[in-house]
Design a protein around this ligand. Structure first.
Ligand code: FAD
Ligand code: DHB
Length: 389
């Protein structure tokens, strides 16, 4: 098989890139290790920056997002019983959209299917060959038959555990990592959200987040020990702990119900540099991970896709490799700013096992500064709604 761009990974990065390239007549094939049902069963991010919304519009898959996504003009931050609001709309003139990653992915699959795009599911043993030559190829197997795709470029959109990053020789990449000493236990429940905006809560008992997918579907998270398993937490224990971490006024009106999903995610900051090796370009979680606080993971994947799509369009339109040559530096400049914001927002809101009384006073002082200082709120809001591409 031959294509212009072989895309490894059918998550949001791979699908969005394929769909955008398709709108410009650039041919691609997406290789996905799992089934479509499996990809759509994963519950992940929920907050979309304007940059991702604009890309989905350009890709022709924003109709349902506009009909069903919830614009959020601000967010609440609490510590103990204190609560304050960051007004994104007033501070930045823009808002974010609450719309689940699962729905973004569903819309992208539908768009690729409408356009006759090629997605091969359940692929095994994906291997990248000749990435540092002019004629790379990707091999894989389906039903024990080996296949090969010859291509001009390879986009590694296969997430943190994928094959793309590991295909770059260790001597040609450098990795930066910070692992946090806690995880997030998340549940989804068919209950109305406790509040019409998100609440990020710092409490003596650890972090909590009240989020949502729509008026009848809530998403809640609490900081937990890395050694915990979802089975350790009954729904009753989860609700009890959440209520103790958010202000009393909100806890009193929390509607509880059975969870329809419960899982634990570890928190990690990770970046690999550069994001390119010859004709292989890394996008999204394949190249970097942020802790979820501040909802930057999916949005960073989108900005990578924007830079790569723009560079490929330029290459196929004019023959100029300049965009491709600048891809890694351009993407990394934005990645590191989102890494900083996610690290800062995580540090502000979580309880660390080795936190001293001094560290805690500093955290409270920083929360009070954010509550009362217009410049601090401006910086937070600009980062939350998303820095420009
Ligand atoms: P992925 O979504 O990981 O997609 C990669 C795809 O590649 C997958 O479909 C995978 O099956 C496929 N793949 C892997 N290896 C291969 C291979 N060898 N061959 C072919 N295909 C392969 N972000 C937030 O902003 N907020 C959140 O609340 C949040 N929660 C998260 C919870 C979890 C458990 C995880 C893992 C991530 C979470 N994230 C969250 C981050 C966000 O979901 C990611 O940043 C986003 O999914 C990145 O998209 P991606 O397409 O780059 O990678
Ligand atoms: C969600 C996840 C986040 O990490 C976040 O900062 C905000 C919302 C969510 O899943 O809804």
């Amino acid at each position: 098989m031959k294509t212009q761009v072989a895309i490894i990974g059918g998550g949001p990065s791979g699908l969005l890139l394929s769909q955008l390239l398709g709108t410009r007549g650039i041919d691609s094939v997406v290789l996905e290790r799992r089934t479509k049902a499996h990809v759509l069963s994963r519950i992940r991010a929920g907050v979309l920056e304007r940059g991702l919304v604009a890309l989905l519009e350009e890709a022709g898959c924003a109709d349902r997002l506009h009909a069903e996504g919830m614009p959020h003009d601000g967010t609440l931050i609490s510590y103990g019983d204190e609560i304050f609001r960051i007004d994104f709309a007033a501070l930045t003139g823009t808002a974010v959209k609450v719309y689940g990653q699962t729905e973004v992915t569903r819309d992208l699959y539908a768009a690729r299917e409408r356009a006759g795009g090629q997605i091969v599911f359940s692929v095994e043993d994906v291997q990248i060959h000749g990435a540092d030559t002019e004629t790379p190829n990707v091999t894989y197997s389906t039903d024990d038959t080996q296949q090969r795709i010859d291509c001009d470029f390879i986009a590694g959109c296969d997430g943190f555990h994928g094959v793309s990053r590991r295909s770059i020789p260790p001597g040609a990449r450098r990795e930066f990592e910070k692992v946090y000493p806690f995880g997030w236990l998340g549940i989804m429940s068919e209950t109305p959200p406790v509040n019409d905006e998100l609440i990020y809560a710092n409490s003596e008992r650890g972090f909590a987040l009240c989020s949502m997918r729509n008026d009848t579907l809530s998403r809640y998270y609490i900081q937990c020990a890395l050694s915990d398993s979802p089975d350790d937490w009954t729904d009753a224990a989860f609700w009890d702990e959440l209520k103790r971490r958010i202000p009393t006024a909100q806890a009193d009106r929390l509607v509880t119900g059975p969870s329809i999903e419960k899982s634990i995610a570890p928190l990690r900051s990770f970046v690999t540099e550069p994001m390119r090796f010859g004709r292989l370009f890394l996008c999204g979680d394949a190249a970097h991970i942020v802790p979820p606080t501040g909802a930057k993971g999916l949005n960073l994947a989108a900005s990578d896709v924007h830079y790569l799509y723009t560079a490929l369009r330029r290459f196929y339109g004019t023959g100029s490799p300049d965009g491709l040559d600048g891809y890694s530096d351009r993407a990394l400049a934005r990645v590191w700013k989102a890494e900083r914001f996610s690290w800062w927002f995580s540090s502000l809101l979580h309880r660390y096992p080795d936190q001293t009384a001094f560290d805690h006073r500093i955290q409270v002082a920083e929360l009070e500064f954010l509550r009362s200082n217009a410049a601090a709120q401006q910086a937070m809001a600009e980062n939350y709604v998303g820095l420009p591409y």
